[in-house]
Design a protein. Sequence first.
Length: 219
Amino acid sequence: MSVTRESVQQLLSSDDFGKRISGVNQLRQLEKSVAYELIQPAVTDKNTRVRYAAVSQLDTLGDEDLQATLSLLRDRLLNDSEPDVQAAAADALGALKLTEAYEDLKQLYHQTPEWLVQFSIVATLGELGDPRSFELLEEALNSPTSLVQTAAISSLGDLGDSRAVSLLSQFVTDSDWQIRYRVVQALAKLGGTETRPLLEALAKDEKEEVAQEAQAALK
């Protein structure tokens, strides 16, 4: 059975949330402009899983109308009752590079008690590429949640601000080898003469994966 605008619309209008999720997933098979039109009501669906599926697709559909998408994502970021949906909204804002939402991301980072939401915000800041993110990422390096710390290290590498080198130096001897590994990757992205001594130290790391990554970055 072929997927058409009408067939998907019927699924999205169903009282069965499973069918609505199926409808959201089938939007990928429609023309992008049609899919974008149909997905918008699903972003505020009463069912969490439907909302999550819809918001998660906006990273690829949202450039059909960036201003309308900004409003949709900003609303879900700040007002959704489910952390998973808020996290998906943060991810999509970064993917679409909607820097207008930076202050909203910053606000929510400080207000939310949910580590998953904080993690998604920090992870998306590198992709967002807004220079204002530096101070928030510096703050996230001191998070009590190691996954948030790790995301901040990666995003500082993506952001490309050379001030990050001195911040990352404190993690060269961190007890968690996965954090040291991320530091290597971030330093490699940042480049510059300041990173070389740190990479040379990491090239002798006791963990083979870290040492190899650092050695590759030095070549």
